[in-house]
Structures are given as C-alpha cells and as structure tokens.
Design a protein around this ligand. Sequence first.
Ligand SMILES: [Zn+2]
Length: 93
Amino acid sequence: MASTENETETVCRVCGFDGEVFWEGGWPNEAAICPCCGNEPDVGDASVMGLRNYRGYWVGHGAPWDSPSAERKHKRQDWDLLKQMENIPPQWR
Ligand SMILES: [Zn+2]
C-alpha cells in the first residue's frame, strides 16, 4: 500500500472512468462521486472483493450512468464500457 500513499487517483476503481479525483494520498475523496457508475470512494473500496461486488452489481443492471445529467456531461459519443474498464488499475480488477 505504501506505493499509493502520495498518489492521486483519477480513475474510478469500479468502472475505469477517468476524470475526477477519487483518491488522494491513500485516502478516499469523500466529495467525489463517479458520474459513470455512481460509486463514492470510501475505505471499503480498498478491498478488491468489495470492488468486484459493486462492479458486478452495476454491470448486472446494465451499467447505467449515475444520472442523465452526468451521462450528458461525461459520456462521449464513442463511449465503450469495455474500453473504459481497461483503465482500471490491475490491482483493482
Ligand atoms: Zn465509476
């Protein structure tokens, strides 16, 4: 875990969306919410099993964006869920 201590994470650990500060210095940014999967970073996300549960639940419901306004604002025309998921760091897959 020491290697992440000074890192800023802008990629959602659940869905791979890149564009918000989700983690900073090893701590979750509680003000952040992923516009794509709706995950709010919290210490529970430090477990890859918890992330897989949330991700499985989200994808199982059709991978809906968090809200229509978030979708309009952040979803690109060529958005591809599987491509986005390639952003997920290997340790959180
Ligand atoms: Zn997400």
